[in-house]
Design a protein around this ligand. Structure first.
Ligand code: MGD
Ligand code: MGD
Ligand code: SF4
Ligand code: MO
Length: 879
């Protein structure tokens, strides 16, 4: 068994795994402090995503395979030439919280110390930038005070724009355990998420009214005398200004509730609970950060904790939770354009210090372009060479249409990737194959500042190389060999650890005891929380009330509360919110490979309140156009009262490879927070309309298919075990369907079964090859299409028997009942119908359901949904 760390979310779960070639068996690492053996659906499905299917295995120049030497030389030459002609700021790196700390350190060093520009930014700009700025303003540096143990110890957890049940499932399980002993949960989120569903209190506030809510809370704490005056006097600056600032608005519970769209009694309950519970942790995530007021939202939360002295104490802290496995590590090594390495800034002393340490020829003088600005500069031709590493900006940046234009217009684009084809890699002049999880070797830092090792489990496939090494090779080819002459990730890590200690007069980020790790000690490194002292790691910061500011005090900031009215548009009356679903990771390049992870939400959708849908003739399951000033998507409508009236929700995950019309980000406006540069992914004015298709169909084949040119269809691909299901719809006539069939027909030698009903616009065709089912195509005008499950199953079999052949064009096994209810448990493939049956048979609670059906018994991510089914049944019975 090798102990390593999960490559997905910032919980940073330990995994114990064993590989036999590319075959992997794994389980949660019981000895890892983040998860104590637990894993969620994504971590649990890692074995299904480490195959070589779709991997980039060789350097590619255009569509030609190239030798590493040539690819590296080309990248170095084009960057050197561009810099020589247009200056260092004409090039840029766009990197990612999914790089290892060593990779990140290398890329940042090359750009800021050797190219001499700060045009390196990271996808953490889309994720953590607002929290980073808030931390710096309040604490003097980007420091996360708390640790996971605080989540066990807290008596109250406030989830502020955080759907932990889906996005940090293993932490959520820890908090579910704490609820057994009385921990309370309050969720602040416009949507009734799975996190909100079972909470003690859900405040479904109007989008973007968080600052008003937290200011109101602070005013209420003042009224109640619940401010910790002694703590404030000893450790906090700026309190009087904040107090004075609050007086500008009516802070009565009624006024705050009205502006936030909340029930005053519920708001009052929250205020009282907060005031009465010293052990309170506030988790804040994308509902706070991804906003044009992201910094203010973060500061508003920090204000409430500072005023009550609830920071640096067991079970009490504000807790900005990180999304990516190494979002924190990237912030440590200076991956953001606005910071230097090891928590240093662009002040002359820090610049000089870093230049000395690196022996750097030039140092970036000022902050570089932030992600959204960077791609604007690429589009405007000011950046002429761009290197993208471990992120997929064509899908994940706002106004993705413009991002694609930028990539298409850029004279030189390099992409370091693990996958051969991504929406971004399609624009690359050079593609460089990187080692993936399971192959790469280095460290990541999780949400609680804990550094853990990712260790290799299998050999490097093809010619793939470590990201840090790819950067070092290019640096060498650019003439900086000496400063990049590392031979192992341990050497890179030691250099970084040494830097944290270098001339360190008061920087909390300090790893000095790790600066002399031997290669063996690096290999054996146990998870440890920074700051690392000779005595070991540090669980909590600020326990002594000392902060990293010049005066040693934390700083509170007066905040103006903006309302949603700042960004409304009468032509687009709805507020488009975007975010994550339970079983997919970002742009699906890896989780999309695991059919079991595609079951819970197989296709892109928009959630909308029934009252908003009704006047527009939008019904559940209908294809719906979602439009903003920036773009349009066509997705399936899901009518639900879990959505606030006036708001709609689109998942962020679908890329062109899975659903060209189902992408969220061509719609999202590129509005950003002025201080952090973080985009407002959670709010774009939008409207919806029915799509009004004239026909629908599906196509199942063994391989992925892409839409033939010239056909204007809405389609999406849903990976299945052994085949690919493609769903589509069109607005054309019979000619459109005929064109599609022509595009799909293959060699004439095949055995074709065919059924046609022209009056209903229905055609059903099945192609067989060598007795095996090869492809099926079903289309229908007004009529219905059969469920796909049985047909999909047939692709897994070796040959078709007579009964299957007879049922083919009906689309179902003769005599077998159909089950079309949704999959609830992805790990065990358990549908809602089975859970209902178990409930009907007398199972009364979660544990009984798990026992009987196995649903919820593996990763537990579906447990909130099972609880909902139990509650729905109870309500139905009571009625
Ligand atoms: N399954 C899964 N898990 C993941 C990821 C993934 O792709 N898939 N990605 C990881 C990454 S990188 C990140 S950053 C995290 C993100 O984790 P989360 O922040 O939990 O995820 P999101 O779904 O983006 O957004 C959280 C919630 O913010 C709410 N929200 C929207 N507007 C507002 C508002 O104005 N105020 C408030 N209070 N709330 C609002 C949304 O309704 C949403 O439910 O997840 C990590 N974990
Ligand atoms: N609408 C909307 N958009 C959002 C968000 C939102 O809430 N709403 N959230 C934003 C947030 S918080 C985030 S973090 C971003 C995430 O957005 P992205 O970073 O674009 O998403 P990923 O799919 O994780 O992209 C990672 C890429 O790196 C590749 N990769 C994986 N491992 C490695 C490796 O070791 N080396 C290399 N070189 N490549 C690797 C993967 O194949 C993949 O193509 O999306 C942002 N975009
Ligand atoms: S919670 Fe899930 S995705 Fe996050 S680190 Fe743990 S296993 Fe991985
Ligand atoms: Mo993120």
């Amino acid at each position: 068994m090798t102990r390593t760390t999960c490559p997905y979310c910032g919980v940073g779960c330990g995994i114990a795994a064993q590989a036999d070639g590319r075959a992997l068996t794994l389980q949660g690492d019981p000895a890892h402090p983040a998860n104590a053996g637990r894993l969620c659906s994504k971590g649990g499905a890692l074995a299904s995503t480490v195959g070589l299917e779709g991997r980039l295995l060789h350097p590619m120049i255009g569509d030609r395979r190239a030798a590493w030497r040539d690819a590296t030389a080309l990248v170095a030459r084009r960057f050197r030439e561009t810099i020589a002609r247009h200056g260092p700021d004409s090039v840029a790196f766009y990197v990612s919280g999914q790089l290892l700390t060593e990779d990140y350190y290398a890329a940042n060093k090359l750009m800021k110390g050797f190219i001499g520009s700060a045009n390196i930014d990271t996808n953490s700009r889309l994720c953590m930038a607002s929290a980073v700025v808030a931390h710096k303003l309040a604490f003097g540096a980007d420091l996360v005070p708390g640790c996971y143990e605080d989540l066990d110890l807290a008596d109250l957890v406030v989830f502020s724009g955080h759907n932990a049940a889906w996005t940090h499932p293993v932490l959520f399980r820890r908090m579910e355990a704490a609820r057994q002993r009385g921990q309370r949960h309050v969720v602040v989120d416009p949507r009734r998420t799975d996190t909100a569903e079972g909470a003690d209190l859900h405040l479904a506030l109007k989008p973007q009214t968080d600052v008003r809510l937290w200011n109101g809370l602070l005013a209420d704490l003042l009224r109640r005398g619940a401010v910790d005056r002694a703590y404030v006097a000893a450790h906090v600056a700026g309190f009087a200004e904040v107090e004075a600032g609050l007086a500008g608005d009516d802070q009565s519970v009624h006024a705050v509730a009205r502006d936030c769209g909340l029930d005053p009694a519920e708001l009052e309950t929250f205020f009282r609970l907060f005031a009465d519970t010293p052990k309170t942790v506030t988790l804040f995530s994308m509902g706070a950060n991804q906003s044009a007021q992201g910094v203010a939202k973060g500061l508003a939360i920090l204000n409430a904790h500072l005023a009550t002295g609830r920071i640096g104490k067991p079970g009490a802290c504000p807790f900005s939770i990180t999304g990516q496995p190494n979002a924190m590590g990237g912030r440590e090594v200076g991956g953001l354009a606005t910071t230097l390495a090891a928590h240093m800034d662009f002040d002359p002393a820090s610049r000089a210090r870093l230049q000395r340490f690196w022996g750097a020829p030039v140092m970036a003088e000022a902050p570089g372009l932030k992600a959204v600005e960077m791609f604007e500069a690429v589009r405007a031709g000011r950046i002429r060479a761009l290197w993208v590493m471990a992120t997929n900006p064509a899908v994940s940046l706002p106004e993705a249409g413009k991002v694609r234009e930028a990539l298409a217009a850029c004279p030189f684009v390099v992409v370091s990737e693990v996958m051969a084809e991504t929406d971004t890699a399609a624009f690359a002049h050079v593609r460089l194959p990187a080692l993936a999880w399971g192959e790469k070797d280095g460290t990541v830092t999780n949400s609680e500042r804990r550094i853990s090792r990712q260790r290799p489990l299998m050999a490097a496939p093809g010619e793939a190389r470590a990201d840090w090494r790819i950067v070092a090779d290019v640096a060498e080819a650019m003439g900086y060999g000496e400063a990049f002459a590392w031979r192992s990730p341990a050497q890179v890590f030691r250099e970084y650890a040494r830097l944290t200690a270098y001339e360190n007069q008061g920087r909390f980020l300090n790893l000095s005891p790790l600066a002399a790790l031997t290669p063996d000690a690096y290999d054996a490194l146990e998870p440890v929380q920074w700051p690392v002292t000779p005595a070991g790691g540090t669980a909590r910061l600020f326990a002594d009330g000392r902060f990293q500011t010049p005066d040693g005090r934390a700083h509170m900031h007066a905040l103006e509360a903006h309302g949603p009215a700042e960004a409304t548009d009468p032509a687009y009356p709805l507020s488009l919110n975007t975010g994550r679903i339970r079983d997919q990771w970002h742009t699906m390049t890896r989780t999309g490979l695991a059919p079991e992870l595609c079951r819970h939400a197989p296709e892109p959708f928009v959630e909308i309140h029934p009252d908003d849908a009704a006047p527009l003739a939008i019904t559940d399951g209908r294809l719906t156009r979602v439009q903003t000033r920036a773009g349009e998507a066509v997705v399936t409508a899901r009518l639900t009262d879990r959505q606030r009236r006036g708001s709609i929700f689109l998942p962020m995950h679908w890329a062109a490879a899975y659903a060209p019309a189902g992408q969220a980000n061509p719609l999202v406006a590129a509005r950003t927070d002025p201080r952090s540069g973080q985009p407002e992914f959670k709010h774009t004015p939008a409207r919806v309309r029915p799509y009004r298709e004239t026909w629908r169909g599906f196509f199942i084949a063994r391989e992925a298919w892409s839409l033939p040119a010239g056909l204007d269809l809405v389609w999406r691909r849903i990976p299945q075990a052994g085949c690919q299901l493609h769903e589509f719809a069109g607005r054309g006539d019979e000619a459109e369907r005929a064109a599609l069939r022509r595009a799909l027909a293959r060699a004439a030698s095949e055995d074709v079964l065919r059924y046609e009903d022209p009056a209903a616009g229905a055609v059903r065709e099945a192609w067989l090859a060598g007795g095996r089912l090869d492809r099926v195509l079903f289309t229908a005008g007004a009529g219905a299409l059969p469920p796909r499950d049985w047909l999909v199953e047939l692709f897994a079999g070796e040959s078709l028997d007579a009964a299957a052949r007879a049922g083919l064009l009906i689309g179902r096994a003769p005599g077998r009942p159909l089950d079309t209810s949704p999959v609830v448990c992805a790990c065990r493939n358990v549908r809602a119908s089975r859970i209902d049956a178990a409930l009907a048979a007398g199972c009364a609670d979660l544990e009984a359901v798990a026992e009987t059906t196995t649903a919820g018994s593996v990763c537990g991510s579906c447990r909130p949904e099972i609880v909902r089914l139990i509650a729905a049944r109870t309500v139905a019975h009571a009625a």
